[in-house]
Ligand binder design. Structure first.
Ligand code: OGA
Ligand code: NI
Length: 341
């Protein structure tokens, strides 16, 4: 079996030798009725089968929204450490700031701020922590979250229409409320924990974020103009280049399970920043807390029986979060639910 280190030492694809590029899809038609015959639905399905990553333009989120979100994000990470640590994440409540995150039990060279839906969330029973340095921080980020959720629902419907015809098929699994969340990522050039002796897991943070697949249904990512995100495919790492005004979309583990492996949750990572700091803002669109995820009936046949046992989303999600926070042994992966034949 390939180990983490093996995968991360694979080469990056170089220009003309690259077989894959990340497609850019115009999704303006998803603002109307979504059905399988739309060109963008076909392009999305194709991207989900091949690389699992694509970029969208004409997605309906305005540039001034992005600008306000960037302004607040930069201002937050620029605060002194003590001020950021006032909203520090804890073992019981994962919302807020963190600078010692693990991916597959390796520390990442980054700082993050996570927030979710309003009120007490249905996975952890916890509420968002908001810093008070700027009155605009909270409303700006709350409305960005809501825009991402509505865009995600349209993308989910496109993916669903391509798989099972019915664009609404997966909607009930996101009711009464999705458990998605937004993460502000800051990838500094200097290691934020360099020289600190009061924190655990100080081993080398040699990547911005170690390779992983996102756990949920799909991810909507806003990245700044600094490159660093890469997706793994057939032995090589491919760049996901920044495009001004575009959003990067990738499928997650639960989409892989629903589609019974027709769509793959892509493995991706972010290189450590050496010269220029980088910011990115993923929105992870996740099912409702009580959803059970299993291959969709239309994706299962005698030739291709169900490849996964049912997964209780709340349990899967909270175990993955525990693994990101601290080293509690191997992180939960969908491979553990795979039915081996
Ligand atoms: C993540 C992630 C990519 C990026 O936070 O899960 O993959 O570009 N981020 O920051
Ligand atoms: Ni990711």
């Amino acid at each position: 079996m390939e180990t983490n280190a093996d995968l991360d030492s694979r080469p990056s694809a170089i220009g003309s030798r690259a077989i894959h590029t990340v497609p850019v899809i115009d999704i303006s038609e998803l603002a109307g009725e979504i059905h399988r015959d739309l060109a963008s639905v076909q392009q999305i399905a194709d991207a989900c089968r091949k690389l699992g990553f694509f970029q969208v333009i004409n997605h309906g989120v305005h540039n001034d929204v992005f600008e306000q979100v960037w302004e607040q994000t930069r201002a937050f990470f620029a605060l002194p450490a003590e001020q950021k640590e006032k909203v520090l994440r804890t073992g019981e409540n994962p919302w807020g700031y963190y600078n010692n995150e693990l991916t597959k039990n390796q520390r990442d060279k980054k700082e993050v701020f996570d927030y979710t839906t309003d009120g007490v969330d249905a996975v952890y029973g916890a509420e968002n922590r908001w810093p008070d340095f700027d009155q605009r921080f909270r409303p700006t980020l709350e409305s960005y979250r809501d825009e991402c959720a509505s865009l995600s629902l349209r993308l989910l419907q496109a993916m669903s229409a391509a798989l099972v015809l019915d664009p609404q098929f997966l909607n009930p699994l996101f009711d009464p409320e999705h458990t998605g969340f937004v993460r502000l990522n800051y990838y500094p050039v200097e290691d934020p924990l360099e020289g600190r002796d009061d924190v655990a897991h100080l081993d080398v943070a040699d990547l911005g974020i170690h390779h992983h697949a996102d756990a949920g249904a799909l991810t909507v990512l806003l990245q700044d103009s600094v490159a660093g995100l890469q997706v793994f495919n057939s032995g090589l790492w491919y760049d996901v280049p920044p495009i001004a005004g575009a959003l990067v979309i990738n499928t997650g583990d639960m989409m892989q399970v629903w589609s019974n492996d027709h769509y793959r949750a892509p493995i991706h990572r972010v290189l450590a920043m050496e010269a220029t700091e980088r910011y990115s803002i993923p929105f992870f669109f996740n099912p409702s807390a009580d959803a059970t995820i299993r291959p969709l009936p239309a994706m299962v046949s005698a030739d291709r029986p169900a490849r996964y046992r049912p997964i209780e989303w709340k349990d899967f999600r909270s175990r993955r979060t525990d693994g990101d926070y601290a080293d509690y042994g191997p992180e939960v992966q969908i491979a553990q639910f795979r039915i081996v034949d």
